[in-house]
Design a protein around this ligand. Structure first.
Ligand SMILES: [Zn+2]
Ligand SMILES: [Zn+2]
Length: 152
């Protein structure tokens, strides 16, 4: 327990992460990254992130938000998942995971499915493609949408 009575976060702070990636600590980078560190397992559009941070940094421009998000995606700290409505959603990716997409509430859940280590390309495809990452999405209906009395 820390002095404030909160459990310590399992993740490094935004500043530590920026420094370990040799990135200059700017207010925009620190704020955006802190937002994701405070909400692991949740996925947001760039506009949702910006709207929520405007109270702390009113001059946070749309273009800057996208630029910062893309930097973090490139460095592997954030993931970028396509949404049905064409907008990308961003989530923390310090801990590798896959997704379950609920077709009813349109929410993305982080999951860690079994057996993926055995997943491989077929012979022909192995020659055609060089794999850098594997992202698996399961789709269906989440427990909460099956029974609203269950909270996730
Ligand atoms: Zn749902
Ligand atoms: Zn995720």
């Amino acid at each position: 327990m820390t002095k404030s009575g909160q459990h310590p976060s399992p993740f490094p702070t935004a500043e530590q992460l920026l420094r370990s990636h040799h990135m200059r600590v700017t207010p925009q980078r620190r704020l955006v990254l802190s937002w994701f560190l405070a909400h692991p397992g949740e996925h947001w559009t760039a506009e949702q992130v910006r709207e929520r941070l405007l109270t702390q940094l009113p001059e946070l421009a749309r273009g800057t938000t996208y630029k910062v998000l893309n930097e973090f995606v490139r460095l592997g700290m954030l993931e970028e998942i396509p949404s049905r409505d064409d907008s990308l959603r961003y989530g923390l990716r310090l801990d590798p995971h896959h997704h379950f997409f609920c077709e009813t509430c349109q929410r993305w859940y982080d999951i860690k499915p079994q057996g993926l280590a055995q997943l491989q390309l077929n012979g022909d495809d192995r020659d055609r493609f060089c794999v850098t990452d594997v992202l698996v999405t399961f789709r269906g209906v989440c427990q909460h949408c099956q029974d609203p009395s269950i909270r996730l």
